[in-house]
Design a protein around this ligand. Sequence first.
Ligand code: TXA
Ligand code: MG
Length: 324
Amino acid sequence: MAEIIDTDKEPDRAIERACAVLAEGEPVAIPTETVYGLAADATNPDAISRIYEMKGRPRFNPLISHVSDTAMAEAHVTFDPLSRRLAEAFWPGPLTLILPQRRDSTVHALASAGLDTLGIRMPDGFSRRVIARFGRPLAAPSANTSGKISPTSAAHVEADLGDKLKLILDAGPAQIGLESTIIKVDGDEIRLLRPGGLDAAAIERLLDRPVIRLESAGATIEAPGMLASHYAPGAAVRLDAAEVHAGEALIRFGGGRILGEEQAAIVLDLSPAGNLREAAANLFDYMKRADASGAQTIAFGPIPSEGLGEAIIDRLQRAAAPRA
Ligand code: TXA
Ligand code: MG
């Protein structure tokens, strides 16, 4: 069973233990502000293999390399001017940039799945202190079995991967609750490969140009992790429900009642006050709770599509997609 260290109570021991386990080439579950990550030394191919093994993840799916500061990022990727402005404005934070990997970068090809680019991000919170001490980038996908809902608490990680892991750092619930927004700058085009915890509108305001959505660009799936069925709970998922059928779990937004909800197995509201940030932070935990109710189907009430709603709806559409 995994050892769990509370990072508020024992920050120094948490960092020491994490770095010791990472140096052995073993993955460690670390708290980031978006979701909990399954982190390993990005320069060590054995360590990276263990991530793929633990998650049961297809090898072609590249991982994000997490850095603690700009100097560490610059040792591994080359920044174009627009990406640099994004990093300056939004790092540390829920933004991943896809950038050309430097020839002298020591991040192993297993982490980038052999692409000539690297997904790179400077996370906020305790994980950044771990990376700074470790001194090398950490490759980290979300700390869940491939295709399952991402974990936003140490308890989620323990329930899913606790018997495979040596160490989980517990920093409480993830503040953002949705994976990072993934951006790739292509010439003067800003392409959104995955909506996430950073609202794309904030990027448009900063750079004063539109962010190109995958759909509108008619592009092929460029972030290989963006398989249609992803983030799946055990139960079936039904979106935009105007009414609830008997025995379904209901997850709604904004405090309004939904027709038939008194017959639901469980009723959860992502944000009774209608706040999308709060909804994002609660999303994955509530999906797990709805799943645990034993209901065959989780019905979601309508969710607004602006701001962080874009990323929330993206995750729900994947959860509702036919399972591969
Ligand atoms: O918030 C997050 O991003 C979390 C925390 C742990 O940092 N991580 C996360 O990792 O969500 P993961 O592995 O679940 O998703 C990584 C995504 C995948 O869709 C992958 O295809 C894409 O990033 N990606 C990574 N490197 C890439 C590259 N070089 N080119 C295109 N897409 C890339
Ligand atoms: Mg994931």
